[in-house]
Design a protein around this ligand. Structure first.
Ligand SMILES: *Cc1c(COP(=O)(O)O)cnc(C)c1O
Length: 227
């Protein structure tokens, strides 16, 4: 059951946080509801979950509209394309997958003025050999500085999605690198509070390395259909 699984994940977050000398409340849970039906999301809402992650815009918009009477926070975590930025700026509260200035400028212009600034995480390509999304680490200072100047965006932090691996010590390495980049930006004066890292299979390693937001899909809703 979805409610039981959320409870299990939360207990695991607490246990892992304490094990690594962290404050459990500093780690937030994003329920990744991409491809899931509205009923599954309502089951999660009923146990107190209020933030959800979606990757596919056409799949997400109807769900956001149907659930608009609930007070929810929607995070876009999928690949961005120029022709999608307007609907994202109009319907989401967060974009975690921003990786270039062109899309940042479009989101900034397209964000409706009656809404608060769009919360942003810059996606970092932390396992360079395997991925196409995200910017390289040595470009992050430039992009972060530019985004921080856009009035309708609010830069909150960094996000990454390392290649899957099962070994705990190895899982920790890219997360450690990301945490250092995050602290580096903070040291440069940017006010950031979100280090979005960790999914179902590497959540503990991400918490050990400083994650403040874990993005959990399978662990809450079960296996996704391959598509
Ligand atoms: C699908 C997805 C997740 C959730 O992955 P699970 O392994 O199902 O927990 C997290 N982050 C991003 C960016 C995703 O696309």
């Amino acid at each position: 059951m979805i409610s039981n699984k959320i409870t299990l994940i939360k207990n695991n977050i607490t246990k892992t946080a304490l094990q690594f000398n962290r404050i459990p409340q500093d780690i937030n849970l994003l329920a990744v509801s991409k491809t899931r039906p509205v009923e599954d999301i309502i089951a999660a809402i009923n146990i107190g979950q209020n933030s959800f992650g979606e990757s596919y815009l056409q799949d997400a918009i109807p769900k956001i509209q149907v659930l608009s009477n609930y007070k929810l926070e929607w995070h876009f975590i999928g690949a961005l394309q120029s022709n999608k930025t307007r609907l994202i700026a109009e319907n989401f509260d967060w974009v975690q997958s921003l990786d270039n200035l062109k899309h940042a400028k479009r989101l900034n212009i397209q964000r409706p003025i009656n809404l608060p600034p769009l919360n942003i995480c810059i996606q970092i390509n932390i396992s360079t050999e395997s991925q196409k999304s995200g910017i390289l680490l040595d470009e992050v200072i430039n992009l972060a500085t530019e985004i921080a100047m856009l009035p309708n965006l609010r830069l909150r932090g960094l996000m990454a999605l390392p290649i899957a691996c099962q070994n705990f010590a190895q899982q920790r390495l890219p997360f450690r690198t990301l945490h250092k980049a995050y602290q580096n930006l903070q040291n440069l004066g940017l006010v950031l509070d979100t280090l979005s890292m960790g999914m179902t299979n590497d959540m503990e390693a991400a918490i050990a390395e400083g994650s403040t937001l874990v993005r959990i899909g399978t662990g809450i809703f079960g296996e996704r259909k391959k598509g």
